[in-house]
Design a protein around this ligand. Structure first.
Ligand SMILES: [Fe+2]
Length: 317
């Protein structure tokens, strides 16, 4: 496979499992096109045209030094110049695939957060409430990424002549769908039952050995799950802490989260929402693995690095 084909496959896989459905994505892209058409010539010049085709602006091709047939990939959660040097040291790496966004992808992280409004709405939070509370948080994230050195790794890839892409929200979508399907199938009654199911997932099992397996952040093993919502697995980064109260009103009992900061935990506790922290790198790994398996199917060798717990579901079948 060529780099473009790998990247397009990631975007396609992300769309296929997106909680908004294909129709939802098409509507979103159509709206972006309509907005673009209304821009002045100067504004059009500055507009990121990729937004017209790609619903995941946090996932990008950063550098193609050599457009080769990809046989060997170095894949990791956070790619920094150290990982690029690692690739050089290993040798024969045709492409590096990062999970977390870099460069332009990082600059546009806030763009994918609207997805959270639709996910919350799917679980019963009125769309006006979700959009109202997320608006503030989305602009906070958009401002927050400005302080980062966004181009550092991309620049290093250019200097070293390394092919570099990232796959963020498409992979997180795959993890979210995997968890949703599993939980709907198993339908756990109590938190302890839910924990048992989560701990059977290979990435979480591995993470447990390293000391960062799934944990109950709020709630207790005996409590009933109620409606379980997968609201904190995909959609860029943390939503708004003001949402928990609204989730409780929408009959959500338990949420699965990748990671959660203290302020959010307190708000969830006050709203009597049970929160399970599945684990950050392990959840990121789950989504990446579901994508990387498709590359493995096409005879591409995957070398994991930077926190990626590589589990192949093909090896087991
Ligand atoms: Fe992440």
């Amino acid at each position: 496979m060529k780099i473009n084909e790998i990247y397009n496959l990631a975007i396609k896989m992300g769309i296929e499992v997106d909680f908004r459905g294909r129709e939802g994505i098409e509507k979103l892209l159509k709206r972006k096109k309509e907005k673009y058409e209304k821009l002045s010539e100067k504004e059009k010049e500055e507009f990121d045209k990729e937004a017209l085709e790609n619903p995941y602006l946090d996932s990008r091709i950063y550098h193609i030094a050599q457009d080769t047939e990809v046989k060997k990939v170095l894949a990791g959660i956070d790619i920094e110049p150290a990982e690029l040097l690692l690739a050089k040291e290993i040798g024969g790496i045709d492409l590096i695939i990062a999970h977390h966004p870099l460069g332009k992808g990082l600059a546009h992280l806030a763009d994918v957060m609207e997805l959270q409004c639709d996910v919350l709405n799917m679980y019963g939070v009125p769309i006006n409430v979700a959009e109202g509370l997320m608006k503030e948080r989305i602009s906070e994230v958009a401002r927050g990424v400005n302080v980062l050195n966004q181009q550092k790794t991309v620049q290093a890839a250019k200097i070293l002549g390394i092919n570099l892409i990232n796959v963020h929200t498409p992979a997180d979508n795959l993890a979210a769908k995997f968890l949703k399907d599993l939980i709907e199938k198993e339908n756990p009654e109590r938190i302890e039952d839910l924990m048992k199911i989560l701990k059977e997932i290979s990435e979480y099992k591995e993470a447990t050995k390293f000391g960062f397996g799934p944990e109950i952040s709020t709630g207790s093993p005996e409590r009933r799950c109620g409606k379980i919502a997968i609201t904190e697995i995909t959609g860029g980064t943390e939503g708004s802490p003001k949402l928990y109260e609204k989730m409780a009103i929408a009959s959500i009992g338990t949420i699965l989260s990748m990671h959660q900061s203290e302020e959010y935990r307190k708000e969830a506790e006050a709203a009597n929402i049970n929160v399970i922290i599945c684990g950050h790198c392990s959840s990121d790994s789950l989504g990446m693995n579901l994508f990387l398996d498709e590359l493995q199917k096409r005879e591409i060798e995957i070398i994991p690095c930077s926190g990626l717990i590589r589990i192949s579901r093909l090896d087991r079948d």
